[in-house]
Design a protein around this ligand. Sequence first.
Ligand code: ACO
Length: 161
Amino acid sequence: MPINPSTLTFSKAAPQTVPPYDLLLLADPSRELVDAYLPVSEVYTAALDGIIVGVVVLYPINATALEIKNIAVHPAYQGQGIGSYLLQQAEAIAQQQHYRILCIGTADSSIGQLRLYKNHGFTISEIRENFFLNNYEEPIFENGLQARHMVMLEKAIPLHP
Ligand code: ACO
């Protein structure tokens, strides 16, 4: 059953707080890569009754493009609309901060995630060949497929009203 978004507390994590690695590593199993982009990104969390159930990490590529580097929902709360809510919040932040493009990348094996992003209006912009073979020590398998290429998607952000 979908969660009522008004029951979620969405907030920006203070830079000195320990990020929710349990969630971050669900989306990106490389602690090394996570630790490389966290210091140059903004981390936002969604909490339910004081417990963090979702996270989204926003990284500025340049003055016009913002990338969702990491988005994750606690497994017990997946499939209830929190991921969609986090995507909407990321779009709202991109607009408030005057970015014109919001990007997101996922593995070529992440079928459900691709469906989610495409349903939210993202379109494929680039394929980063062999990204998962070159950047991850262990092979990643999901949906019976090995993750090989990074599929980059993007969405145009309307001007802030
Ligand atoms: N299996 C099936 N469907 C999935 C999956 C999956 N593993 N992942 C996402 N979906 C899609 C489906 O399209 C589904 O839509 P449907 O109603 O048509 O079936 C939709 O997600 C569900 O939407 P929400 O409930 O809003 O999403 P949820 O709260 O489950 O959050 C998320 C989606 C963040 C991908 C979550 O499943 C998750 O944390 N997964 C593990 C971590 C992960 O893969 N993160 C993304 C990696 S890419 C990156 O971080 C840039």
